[in-house]
Design a protein around this ligand. Sequence first.
Ligand code: NAP
Length: 527
Amino acid sequence: MITGKNYIGNALKGSGSKTFKTFNPQLNKETSWQFIEATEEELKEAVTLAWDAFKEFQKTTGTQKATFLRAIADEIEALDNELIETYCAESGLPEGRAKGERGRTCFQLRMFADLVEDGSWVDASIDIANKDRQPNPKPDLRKMLIPIGPIAVFGASNFPLAYSTAGGDTASALAAGCPVVVKSHPMHAGTGELVASAILKAAKNTKMPNGVFSNLNSSGIEVGKLLVNHPLIKGVGFTGSIGGGRALFNMAAEREEPIPVFAEMGSINPVIVLPKALKQKGKEWAKKYASSITLGTGQFCTNPGLILGIAGEELEDFISTLGEEIEKVEPMCMLNPGILSRYEENKKKMLAENDVSIVTDYSSNVPQNYAKQAVITADGESFLKNPQLHQEVFGPFSLVVKFQNKEQLTEAIANLEGQLTGTFISEDNEVEDYGDVVHALQNRVGRVIFNGVPTGVEVCTAMQHGGPYPASTDSRFGAVGVQGIQRWVRPLSFQDWPNHLLPDALKNDNPLQILRTVNGDKTKDAI
Ligand code: NAP
């Protein structure tokens, strides 16, 4: 049941006076629930509880954490239709998407459960002592990863489940042994409260300490600012705009004790379409890209917002088919009137730029809160000169740029801001003639795709979801897949400690049976 209150650990509290409602964009009206923003006292209580819980939670075994994470997934599934209906009401997204995202969320939780149950993720590394070494004896050194402390998680507007309350950031932080305080996204506070209730039910049933999880409501930036500035918060996970992510990053850096902020932000995901590929399968690719640009009303961080090609007949044909195909797509609802108005405003700015031509700007009437898709073109020289053309238009929009030659294309890519993805559309070995372009692209992105679309992010170990700034604040890490756990840990070395006082992961007989690096070799053997 949605109460509109905050979860301060296990307790529901709502002593504040600031309230807000979520919005149903399909019905174009507010939902019935009223949410109470967390007060400063409630926030402080949540963080203090998280800090107290950390002392115990960091000592829970991998098996106990796995049981907790699997119980969260089970409790989310048990919310059944109430969750799906709330998700759809607060986002305007269809039921199929809601169910798919719930599946992904539970999959991620169970994936982290498997990881921590296995235990090898702590990256135990042992260098055995050598008392006889000359001129000085070598000490016994043993290193492993340990959790950093309570984490503040900012949910994403465009993924109410998979990148919000119990999404990838929360799942990875809990798996690492870090308590989590979520700053719920105001656009889907009801979905957030339901998921929070599932997490806390799972926590109680698996005997996790009170404070291991809290959920704070807020509409406006005050709660988020207080959270990031609280001295007992030790890391931040964020998905959203460049402005929001950068503001939190700066705040965290200015604290007396700076803390890491892992923000996943904007990306226009350049796609390079090569001439032979367009000659042979231009129509097919245009169709695929019309779908990819408009998928989820373009509200994906991997949306292909920039298509780059070599000027010529093939590219012209591709552009005109892309225009026709995109015109055929039924417009869809955006998440919220605020996101829609930002889309319309940014699109208008792009359309008004010098030297751009409109291929399609959907002109028929659409229901309230539906977005009208658009594709525009520009030439390579204008693109190189005008940084405004490099900006993200979050929604169903793409810019196609026509370059004179490979050199101009390479220069444009080398000067792009950091991106999550970059894609090549190539026929056979055509890409081999574009070595410099490939090299330039690899330096600007976190994932390079060959003959595909960037939308659709597989959750697996080899996925990289993050890229050079401003795609993310730290391109060495990713927000998708099990390696996301590395954002919430730090290495700790033990020197010359007695075996019985070492953590199990580092003991001689390897009681956890984990894979370790012993004197440089990977092994599960005892010492
Ligand atoms: P957002 O405005 O960045 O907000 C995300 C979260 O961060 C919200 O909970 C927000 O709180 C909080 N926040 C933002 N600025 C803050 C600040 N200065 N201090 C403290 N907290 C702050 O993103 P959004 O609401 O998801 O969507 C807005 C726009 O972001 C979209 O129109 C789109 O352009 C972009 N976006 C991009 C991606 C992407 O993947 N590239 C994904 C989602 C959104 P409040 O809402 O309570 O103020």
